[in-house]
Design a protein around this ligand. Structure first.
Ligand code: PEP
Ligand code: MG
Length: 890
């Protein structure tokens, strides 16, 4: 039979699944010999069973009896004993921290009799005992029996009015006795029965209420936002009460072993004398800096510092701690590996390496690509200490300021930067979202429409700032009115909103990668930490990181960011601008001779493009993809042209060129262009197009070789679905390459994209004609799911995310089960045909941290991503390698 209850002495920190984070760490501290009040943990499994059955869990009562008896023995007191009561707290604690989302009941065991016993224990302190009792009825009423909290507040307020005082602390023991009477009436009115006097019944009901709080609305919402699985359940910790509110020699506090904001070592935390933990959370009184405890109670302070050192030495990481001092005796109530900012994560990992606490492999597991990406965004310069007017959910990182506008139309019409402020956004707001510098909403979380769309566009967004009231042309927050046209600044990382323009500062991490670090920042611990960890990541990575770039400037930047070559050079961008006319000539050519003229004019331009890129990537591979999009994308829009021609006709102005263009556009119009005449199909249908590009690539390579360079061109054919398509293109390409390259020593590889599901499923055949595969996971996702990649994310993904159909857009992070399976099949079957087959990925997923781990697992040779994502992918490639070899290198 399952064991549902663990004494603190029976657990350890690795049992978080079963005991929750709090229970596992209380057990760990107990076993380290630290002063933890006695207690036990009821497992998450008991919670899961309770929630599934909706009632009582068989066998749980008997186990609680047994552990409660042990707890009573170790404390030398019985639960709720009228003469000398043991009181307990009943606290939630899930595997993942969900701060404030679930319930806690303190002072369980108090009743009309034991309240006197508690007073005696506290040296005749009646006030303390009755205050504890009224707190129990209030918390128990709200949490266990759903009594509206406001009614208790009203009764408390009435007691203060009757006495003519303002603060709770001015109520004496008799007042509190009267208040307990009033609270009991409120309780009975709402529940139909009296406040339970049986301590054991109190305990059982409190435990069940904590179980149920796993499914409270706010907990459900939080889990959805943080992607915490819904079926984990919470553990429940039953802990002997210790009191920080027994006088000036008592108190409560929180501490961090290092600064969670910057990572600096030192003493960080807050202390509140003569108070309980809930007072700190409620912010009733101002806390003191932890360092002041040294003057108040040196013995406890020294002991706390020693414990903090023990915990860091044990967890090898920043710990955060909650403690209470009861009449000069220190008690540890909680510890966990502390949350920290991205900058602190890097700095602390490097410090711990320096201090010999962890090795470099372990350090890599302490940071993430998402954190590095955060450090690469520009940030607000907060040296002027601006005050935030409110705070929402940091939904899409970055720092933006601008004039407030309240509609999409105003955003589009505005001159200069604007912040679009809405209650929530919908697809009609898209033009405004594109035009705005940033988006602020008062409703919705990280998966709301605004958040999903903004992230997709890389636009700063703060969501769910629920303190603001959004009106038609103004919003209010805490009595402050912000009108259309007023300037605000929003921080998409922290969710903070500031009034006025906060200056934006470039990222020193980007400066470091760019090699133009401001010397004043050269010794920043953060920059040194990034350098250390990136160097180690590179040394561990199995995956290489290339970049998607189609200009020399992008190629150069990516190279500075550490790219190992180009994985995708999209040539279509080279057909725009002043070359449009040549492309139109090509498309509209009435005969082969004119088409060849247009191609001949394009060819030297293309050669120059490639030479520029090859030079920047000298010595590194450059994959050039032959033209991919449907050619009508280079022609004017059908609607506009039709109107233009009709208007001209009506005016009697004949324009032969426009009319010819219109008939061509009509001829080439497609219902589903993404599934139409594009990719390899173009090369097979339009004579000379691919040949021109192949010749330009080969000639550029030969030119660089002649300059003494080392070009490594790779020609990639897009949208292949059948080996015969590739064979046809390949035969012509090989002929041209042989002709151009001669004995220059230049080697040109020919390969294909795998972006059509059929290509993945016939990869064994396709590999006969390909020296490399590059997975085009954008199209592969589009075609595997049947999702139009240009439409669906903004249109309805917010609903899919809300329903949990997927946790993240499959265009953002690889869908391992579906699209990922196609990648696995193609990789295995391709390599079975051609063992040395080079494999890479050049869809957006190449720069997504989660997906990089997947590509490492599959055994690809490289990922390719936009220049800005290259450092993120390098870091994740190193982390993936460490993860797969297992890191226990402390
Ligand atoms: C892809 O489909 O993943 C790809 C890289 O090609 P494109 O995005 O240009 O269609
Ligand atoms: Mg594609």
């Amino acid at each position: 039979m399952a064991k549902f209850v663990y004494d603190f002495a029976e657990g350890n920190k690795d049992l978080k699944d079963l005991l929750g984070g709090k229970g596992a760490n209380l057990a760990e501290m107990t076993n380290l010999g630290l002063p933890v009040p006695a207690g036990f943990t009821i497992t998450t499994e008991a919670c899961q069973r309770y929630l599934a059955a909706g009632t009582h869990v068989d066998g749980l009562d008997a186990e609680i009896d047994e552990h409660l008896a042990a707890l009573e023995r170790s404390m030398g007191r019985r639960l709720g004993d009228p003469a000398d009561p043991l009181l307990v707290s009943v606290r939630s604690g899930a595997k993942f921290s969900m701060p404030g989302m679930m319930e806690t009941v303190l002072n369980v065991g108090l009743n009309d009799e034991s309240v006197d016993g508690l007073s005696r224990q506290a040296g005749g302190n009646d006030r303390f005992a009755w205050d504890s009792y009224r707190r129990l009825i209030q918390m128990f009423g709200k949490t266990v029996c759903d009594v509206p909290g406001s009614e208790f507040e009203e009764a408390l307020h009435a007691a203060k009015v009757a006495k003519g005082v303002k603060d709770d602390v001015q109520l004496d023991a008799d007042d509190l006795k009267g208040l307990v009477g009033a609270y009991k009436k409120v309780f009975a009115k709402h529940t139909g029965h009296d406040f339970p006097q049986d301590p054991r019944q109190q305990l059982d009901l409190a435990i069940e209420a904590v179980f149920r709080s796993w499914n409270a609305d706010r907990a459900v919402l939080y889990r959805r936002q943080e992607r915490i699985p819904a079926d984990l359940g919470t553990a429940v910790n039953v802990v002997a009460m210790v009191f920080g509110n027994l006088g000036p020699d008592s108190g409560t506090g929180v501490a961090f072993t290092r600064d969670p904001a910057t990572g600096e070592s030192g003493i960080y935390g807050d202390y509140l004398q003569n108070a309980q933990g809930e007072d700190v959370v409620a912010g009733i009184r101002n806390t003191l800096p932890l360092a002041d405890l040294e003057k108040i109670d040196k013995k406890s302070y020294d002991e706390l510092l020693a414990i903090m050192a023990t915990l860091e030495g044990h967890y090898h990481d920043l710990c955060d701690i909650e403690f209470t001092i009861e009449r000069g005796k220190l008690w540890m109530l909680q510890t966990r590996v502390g949350k920290r900012t991205a900058a602190a994560a890097f700095t602390i990992a490097a410090q711990l390496v320096d201090e010999g606490m962890i090795d470099l492999d372990e350090a890599l597991t302490r940071v993430s690509g998402a954190q590095l990406a955060q450090l690469m965004f520009p940030r607000f310069d907060l040296s002027g200490d601006p005050t935030a007017i409110t705070r929402g959910v940091g939904a899409s990182p970055g720092a933006a300021y601008g004039k407030v506008v309240f509609s999409s139309a105003e955003a589009v019409a505005a001159d200069g930067p604007v912040i679009l402020v809405r209650r929530e956004t919908n697809p009609d707001d898209l033009p405004g979202m594109i035009a705005a510098q940033g988006i602020l909403t008062s409703r919705g979380g990280k998966t709301s429409h605004a958040a999903v769309v903004a992230r997709g566009m890389g636009k700063t967004c703060v969501c769910g700032a629920d303190e603001i009231e959004v009106g038609r042309d103004q919003f209010t927050v805490g009595g402050q009115v912000v009108r259309a046209g007023d300037v605000i600044s929003i921080d998409g990382t922290t969710g903070r909103v500031y009034l006025g323009e906060v200056p934006v500062r470039p990222s020193e991490v980007v400066q470091y990668f760019e090699g133009d670090l401001d010397p004043a920042l050269a010794n920043e611990p953060l920059v040194a930490a990034v350098h250390l960890l990136m160097t180690h990541a590179d040394s561990r990575a199995a995956l290489k990181v290339r970049t998607n770039a189609d200009t020399g400037a992008d190629a150069a930047r990516a190279r500075r960011f550490g790219a190992h070559g180009i994985g995708l050079c999209r040539t279509e961008h080279m057909f725009l601008g002043d070359r449009r006319e040549l492309v139109e000539r090509l498309i509209l050519a009435p005969n082969p001779a004119e088409r060849n003229d247009a191609l001949a004019a394009l060819q030297p331009l293309q050669r120059a493009d490639f030479l520029d890129i090859f030079r920047e990537m000298n010595g590194l591979p450059v994959t050039v993809r032959l033209i991919d999009p449907p050619l009508h994308e280079f022609l004017p829009s059908l609607e506009e042209l039709a109107v233009q021609v009709a208007v001209a006709k009506a005016r009697g102005e004949e324009n032969e060129r426009d009319e010819r263009m219109l008939s061509a556009v009509r001829r080439m119009h497609e219902q589903n262009p993404m599934l139409g005449l594009r990719g390899v199909r173009l090369g097979l249908v339009i004579p000379g197009l691919f040949a021109m590009q192949v010749r330009a690539i080969a000639e550029a390579a030969v030119a660089l070789a002649a300059e003494g360079g080392h070009p490594k061109p790779e020609i990639m054919v897009p949208l292949v679905g059948a080996v015969q398509e590739l064979e046809t293109v390949r035969a012509e390409a090989e002929r041209i390459i042989a002709e151009v390259v001669g004995d220059s020593g230049v080697e040109v590889l020919i390969g294909t994209m795998i972006e059509v599901p059929r290509a993945a499923l016939t990869a064994g055949q396709i590999a006969e004609a390909a020296e490399f595969f590059s997975f085009g996971t954008n199209d592969l996702t589009q075609m595997a799911w049947g999702f139009s990649r240009d439409d669906v994310e903004g249109a309805f993904f917010w609903r899919y995310l809300e329903l949990g159909i997927f946790g993240i857009s499959p265009f953002e992070s690889i869908d391992r089960d579906g699209v990922g399976r196609l990648v696995r099949i193609a990789a295995a079957e391709g390599r079975a045909t051609r063992p040395g087959l080079k494999l890479g990925v050049c869809g957006e997923h190449g720069g997504d941290p989660e997906s990089v781990h997947f590509f490492h697992e599959v055994g690809l040779d490289y990922v390719s991503c936009s220049p800005f994502r290259v450092p993120v992918a390098r870091l994740e490639a190193g982390r993936a390698a460490v993860e797969s070899t297992g890191s226990d290198h402390r």
